[in-house]
Ligand binder design. Structure first.
Ligand code: DGY
Length: 320
């Protein structure tokens, strides 16, 4: 079986595939391929281990005639036309669970960094702009005992809630399509409606997949409903918030700060005015970027392809 890997990954996963007899080709150039390049690279591939968020749409799926299955090295699969894949008989898998802790860490990091303007202040030091100890300049706000509102309380949201509860005894409220009894028991999370989430939270953290329902859910109206002292965190997908509305909300003081690990588009332009604001921290989509987590993601994706080779169902299949 021929396997194509769309970006370089840790060698453990490549070795596993080779041990199971796959003929492996890796895009070692460490650059994102255009869709046409990816189509060409997959022309003879039986299976694809896809790293990153290239658009695996109808055109891509129909152009790769030999493709029998796709293993994503990501939990999100909004970049894949799963309906067409299903119609073509192509199973698709993702990598849930293994990245929950690392991604929640980044949400926690952003929450703390924004509340203390840490990266902005660190840049002042680097640029030689720090002149003296100041008692009243650029003060932060504390998280202790504040209310954390989680939009989408699944695996990653629960990990963040646990950390926030343990570190700062934060009061957890959440909005979800359905209730999460585990979270209600473990962190005393309280289920609220979307409006209550907006109006009661000191920090709102988005942990949802991207869908028609969640796209631009954090827009002008939502930011207006939030507390003026609120911090907005997004480690999910850039399109969950409306970027221009977020910028205006921050500029007009409708919310206090924002921490983003995801933007739309990615990479964000270095000239984006969001990057000039003291209460904003933007990271380059590093939620799962640790050696431990990326190793597990790559191995999980490889194992799903091995399952296909032996005519077994993929373990983390996303087709309905
Ligand atoms: C995911 O797993 O979906 C992250 O965004 C990294 O791809």
């Amino acid at each position: 079986m021929k396997a194509y890997i769309s970006r370089n990954i840790l060698s453990d996963a490549i070795d596993v595939l080779k041990q199971y007899g796959f003929e492996v080709t890796v895009n070692t150039e460490n650059k994102k391929l255009t869709q046409q390049e990816l189509i060409e690279a997959c022309q003879h591939a039986d299976v694809l281990l896809n790293v990153g968020h290239a658009d695996l749409d109808k055109h891509f799926l129909e152009s790769c005639k030999h493709l029998k299955s796709i293993a994503l090295a990501s939990v999100g699969y909004d970049h894949v036309d799963v309906e067409t894949a299903t119609a073509l008989g192509i199973p698709v898998s993702n990598t849930p669970d293994v990245l929950s802790g690392a991604t929640a860490d980044v949400a926690f990091l952003l929450m703390l960094a924004v509340s203390r303007k840490a990266f902005y202040r660190a840049n002042e030091v680097r640029e030689g702009k720090w002149k003296d100890f100041e008692f009243m300049q650029d003060l932060g706000i504390e998280l202790n005992g504040k209310t954390l509102g989680i939009y989408g309380l699944g695996r990653i949201g629960l990990e963040l809630a646990k950390k926030a509860k343990a570190a700062y005894n934060m009061n957890i409220i959440y909005y979800n399509r359905s209730r999460n009894p585990e979270a209600e028991e473990l962190v005393e999370a309280k289920y609220v409606n979307f409006d209550e989430l907006l109006t009661q939270s000191d920090v709102i953290s988005a942990h949802t997949n991207l869908s028609l329902e969640t796209q631009y859910r954090f827009n002008k109206d939502a930011f207006k409903r939030m507390k003026k002292s609120a911090i907005f965190i997004n480690t999910a997908r850039g399109k969950v918030h409306h970027e221009q509305d977020l910028l205006e909300a921050l500029q007009q003081g409708e919310i206090w700060g924002a921490g983003l690990d995801v933007t739309d588009p990615e990479p964000i332009s270095p000239n984006n005015p969001l990057l000039q604001l003291p209460n904003v921290c933007v990271l380059p989509h590093i939620g799962s970027a640790t050696v431990e987590t990326r190793t597990q993601m790559a191995i999980m994706a490889a194992n799903n392809l091995i399952a296909v080779k032996y005519s077994n169902p993929m373990m983390q299949i996303v087709n309905k």
